[in-house]
Design a protein. Sequence first.
Length: 218
Amino acid sequence: MPPALRQSINNILLQLRPDQALFAVLVAKDQLITYMKPTKDYHLQPSDIHLIINLISASTSFRAAQSWMPICLPKFNNQGFLHGYVAYFSDTSDVCLFILSANKDDFFHLQAFKNKIYDKLSASGQIKELDKAVADSEYGVPHLDCSVAGMSCIWHFLYKNKRTNLITSPKLPPVFKSQEGKERLFEQYMYMNKSMVNPNCRLKVFYHTGTTESLIGW
Protein backbone atom coordinates (compact mmCIF):
# COMPACT_ATOMS: atom_id res chain seq x y z
CA MET A 1 0.00 0.00 0.00
CA PRO A 2 1.35 3.45 -0.89
CA PRO A 3 2.55 5.20 2.30
CA ALA A 4 0.75 8.40 1.27
CA LEU A 5 -2.59 6.56 1.10
CA ARG A 6 -2.03 4.91 4.48
CA GLN A 7 -1.11 8.26 6.06
CA SER A 8 -4.12 9.99 4.50
CA ILE A 9 -6.48 7.34 5.90
CA ASN A 10 -4.91 7.67 9.33
CA ASN A 11 -5.30 11.46 9.20
CA ILE A 12 -9.00 11.05 8.36
CA LEU A 13 -9.48 8.75 11.36
CA LEU A 14 -7.85 11.31 13.65
CA GLN A 15 -9.79 14.25 12.20
CA LEU A 16 -13.17 12.56 12.57
CA ARG A 17 -12.54 10.74 15.86
CA PRO A 18 -15.27 11.33 18.44
CA ASP A 19 -14.42 11.48 22.12
CA GLN A 20 -16.00 8.06 22.62
CA ALA A 21 -13.46 6.28 20.39
CA LEU A 22 -10.35 5.15 22.27
CA PHE A 23 -8.74 3.22 19.42
CA ALA A 24 -9.55 2.29 15.83
CA VAL A 25 -7.94 -0.58 13.95
CA LEU A 26 -8.41 -0.89 10.19
CA VAL A 27 -7.59 -4.33 8.79
CA ALA A 28 -8.02 -6.36 5.61
CA LYS A 29 -7.16 -9.96 4.82
CA ASP A 30 -5.55 -10.49 8.23
CA GLN A 31 -3.26 -7.52 7.69
CA LEU A 32 -3.10 -4.21 9.52
CA ILE A 33 -3.80 -1.14 7.36
CA THR A 34 -3.59 1.52 10.04
CA TYR A 35 -4.13 1.98 13.76
CA MET A 36 -5.47 5.12 15.42
CA LYS A 37 -4.78 6.03 19.04
CA PRO A 38 -5.97 9.18 20.84
CA THR A 39 -2.73 10.21 22.58
CA LYS A 40 0.84 9.07 23.11
CA ASP A 41 -0.11 8.04 26.65
CA TYR A 42 -2.31 5.15 25.51
CA HIS A 43 -1.43 2.51 22.96
CA LEU A 44 -2.14 -1.09 22.01
CA GLN A 45 0.60 -3.67 22.07
CA PRO A 46 1.16 -5.74 18.89
CA SER A 47 -0.18 -8.85 20.67
CA ASP A 48 -3.49 -7.06 21.40
CA ILE A 49 -3.76 -5.90 17.78
CA HIS A 50 -3.03 -9.45 16.69
CA LEU A 51 -5.84 -10.67 18.95
CA ILE A 52 -8.25 -8.23 17.27
CA ILE A 53 -7.18 -9.35 13.78
CA ASN A 54 -7.64 -13.01 14.75
CA LEU A 55 -11.08 -12.25 16.17
CA ILE A 56 -12.16 -10.59 12.93
CA SER A 57 -10.82 -13.37 10.70
CA ALA A 58 -12.29 -16.14 12.87
CA SER A 59 -15.91 -15.27 12.10
CA THR A 60 -17.67 -14.62 8.79
CA SER A 61 -20.73 -13.30 10.68
CA PHE A 62 -19.10 -9.86 10.93
CA ARG A 63 -19.65 -9.47 7.18
CA ALA A 64 -23.40 -9.90 7.58
CA ALA A 65 -24.00 -7.16 10.13
CA GLN A 66 -22.36 -4.60 12.39
CA SER A 67 -21.39 -6.10 15.73
CA TRP A 68 -20.91 -4.86 19.29
CA MET A 69 -19.06 -6.89 21.90
CA PRO A 70 -16.99 -6.74 25.09
CA ILE A 71 -13.33 -7.61 24.59
CA CYS A 72 -10.40 -8.02 26.97
CA LEU A 73 -7.02 -6.92 25.65
CA PRO A 74 -4.54 -8.41 28.14
CA LYS A 75 -1.59 -6.15 27.40
CA PHE A 76 -3.75 -3.02 27.63
CA ASN A 77 -5.65 -4.07 30.77
CA ASN A 78 -5.94 -7.68 31.89
CA GLN A 79 -8.27 -6.73 34.76
CA GLY A 80 -11.13 -5.37 32.64
CA PHE A 81 -12.53 -5.07 29.17
CA LEU A 82 -13.42 -2.55 26.48
CA HIS A 83 -16.34 -2.53 24.04
CA GLY A 84 -15.69 -3.16 20.38
CA TYR A 85 -17.63 -2.02 17.32
CA VAL A 86 -16.97 -4.16 14.23
CA ALA A 87 -18.09 -3.34 10.69
CA TYR A 88 -16.94 -4.00 7.14
CA PHE A 89 -17.03 -1.05 4.78
CA SER A 90 -19.42 -2.90 2.45
CA ASP A 91 -20.68 -6.37 1.54
CA THR A 92 -18.02 -6.71 -1.15
CA SER A 93 -15.11 -5.06 0.68
CA ASP A 94 -12.38 -6.87 2.60
CA VAL A 95 -11.73 -3.77 4.70
CA CYS A 96 -12.97 -4.02 8.28
CA LEU A 97 -13.02 -1.32 10.95
CA PHE A 98 -12.72 -2.22 14.63
CA ILE A 99 -13.35 0.66 17.07
CA LEU A 100 -12.90 0.46 20.82
CA SER A 101 -14.72 2.38 23.54
CA ALA A 102 -14.77 2.27 27.33
CA ASN A 103 -18.55 2.78 27.46
CA LYS A 104 -21.06 0.00 26.74
CA ASP A 105 -23.59 2.56 25.44
CA ASP A 106 -21.42 4.03 22.66
CA PHE A 107 -22.56 1.81 19.78
CA PHE A 108 -24.36 4.55 17.87
CA HIS A 109 -21.55 7.07 18.37
CA LEU A 110 -19.07 4.63 16.86
CA GLN A 111 -21.48 3.65 14.09
CA ALA A 112 -21.73 7.33 13.12
CA PHE A 113 -17.92 7.56 13.22
CA LYS A 114 -17.61 4.62 10.81
CA ASN A 115 -20.18 6.16 8.43
CA LYS A 116 -18.32 9.49 8.39
CA ILE A 117 -15.04 7.72 7.61
CA TYR A 118 -16.61 5.78 4.74
CA ASP A 119 -18.33 8.88 3.33
CA LYS A 120 -15.10 10.92 3.38
CA LEU A 121 -13.07 8.14 1.78
CA SER A 122 -15.74 7.68 -0.88
CA ALA A 123 -15.98 11.40 -1.64
CA SER A 124 -12.21 11.66 -2.09
CA GLY A 125 -11.97 8.53 -4.22
CA GLN A 126 -9.68 6.91 -1.66
CA ILE A 127 -12.07 4.03 -1.02
CA LYS A 128 -11.34 2.74 -4.53
CA GLU A 129 -7.61 3.21 -4.00
CA LEU A 130 -7.88 1.32 -0.73
CA ASP A 131 -9.81 -1.60 -2.26
CA LYS A 132 -7.28 -1.82 -5.09
CA ALA A 133 -4.35 -1.76 -2.66
CA VAL A 134 -5.96 -4.53 -0.59
CA ALA A 135 -6.57 -6.63 -3.69
CA ASP A 136 -2.87 -6.28 -4.60
CA SER A 137 -1.63 -6.60 -1.02
CA GLU A 138 0.37 -9.78 -1.56
CA TYR A 139 3.86 -9.18 -2.83
CA GLY A 140 6.43 -11.59 -4.16
CA VAL A 141 10.18 -11.89 -4.47
CA PRO A 142 10.86 -12.53 -8.17
CA HIS A 143 14.10 -14.53 -7.77
CA LEU A 144 16.34 -11.55 -7.08
CA ASP A 145 19.69 -11.74 -8.83
CA CYS A 146 22.34 -11.97 -6.12
CA SER A 147 25.22 -13.05 -8.32
CA VAL A 148 27.30 -10.16 -7.00
CA ALA A 149 27.20 -11.79 -3.58
CA GLY A 150 27.96 -15.21 -5.04
CA MET A 151 24.36 -16.47 -4.71
CA SER A 152 21.93 -17.44 -7.43
CA CYS A 153 18.65 -16.01 -6.06
CA ILE A 154 16.50 -15.27 -3.02
CA TRP A 155 13.34 -17.35 -2.69
CA HIS A 156 11.82 -16.06 0.53
CA PHE A 157 12.47 -13.98 3.66
CA LEU A 158 11.01 -12.93 7.00
CA TYR A 159 11.61 -9.48 8.46
CA LYS A 160 10.74 -8.46 12.02
CA ASN A 161 10.83 -4.88 13.21
CA LYS A 162 12.18 -5.06 16.77
CA ARG A 163 10.63 -1.73 17.72
CA THR A 164 7.06 -2.64 16.71
CA ASN A 165 7.28 -6.45 16.81
CA LEU A 166 5.57 -6.53 13.41
CA ILE A 167 6.59 -9.08 10.79
CA THR A 168 6.43 -9.02 7.00
CA SER A 169 7.14 -11.69 4.41
CA PRO A 170 6.34 -12.17 0.71
CA LYS A 171 3.95 -14.78 -0.65
CA LEU A 172 5.34 -18.26 -1.09
CA PRO A 173 7.06 -18.97 -4.42
CA PRO A 174 6.20 -22.17 -6.37
CA VAL A 175 9.07 -24.09 -4.78
CA PHE A 176 7.35 -23.78 -1.38
CA LYS A 177 3.70 -23.99 -2.48
CA SER A 178 3.20 -27.69 -1.73
CA GLN A 179 2.46 -28.88 1.80
CA GLU A 180 5.86 -30.54 1.91
CA GLY A 181 7.53 -27.32 0.72
CA LYS A 182 5.71 -25.22 3.34
CA GLU A 183 6.68 -27.58 6.13
CA ARG A 184 10.31 -27.60 4.98
CA LEU A 185 10.42 -23.79 4.85
CA PHE A 186 8.83 -23.30 8.27
CA GLU A 187 11.07 -25.95 9.82
CA GLN A 188 14.09 -24.11 8.41
CA TYR A 189 12.89 -20.82 9.92
CA MET A 190 12.23 -22.49 13.26
CA TYR A 191 15.68 -24.05 13.24
CA MET A 192 17.33 -20.75 12.41
CA ASN A 193 15.35 -18.82 15.04
CA LYS A 194 16.11 -21.42 17.71
CA SER A 195 19.79 -21.26 16.84
CA MET A 196 19.95 -17.46 16.89
CA VAL A 197 18.16 -16.98 20.24
CA ASN A 198 20.32 -19.61 21.90
CA PRO A 199 22.04 -17.85 24.87
CA ASN A 200 25.20 -19.75 24.02
CA CYS A 201 25.21 -18.39 20.47
CA ARG A 202 27.03 -15.07 20.20
CA LEU A 203 26.99 -14.83 16.41
CA LYS A 204 25.58 -11.64 14.88
CA VAL A 205 25.12 -13.39 11.54
CA PHE A 206 23.86 -16.96 11.16
CA TYR A 207 24.45 -19.00 8.01
CA HIS A 208 23.32 -22.56 7.30
CA THR A 209 23.50 -24.71 4.19
CA GLY A 210 20.94 -27.51 3.88
CA THR A 211 20.32 -30.15 1.25
CA THR A 212 17.92 -27.98 -0.76
CA GLU A 213 18.63 -24.35 0.18
CA SER A 214 20.82 -22.05 2.25
CA LEU A 215 19.69 -19.71 5.03
CA ILE A 216 21.13 -16.53 6.40
CA GLY A 217 19.88 -14.49 9.35
CA TRP A 218 20.98 -11.49 11.35
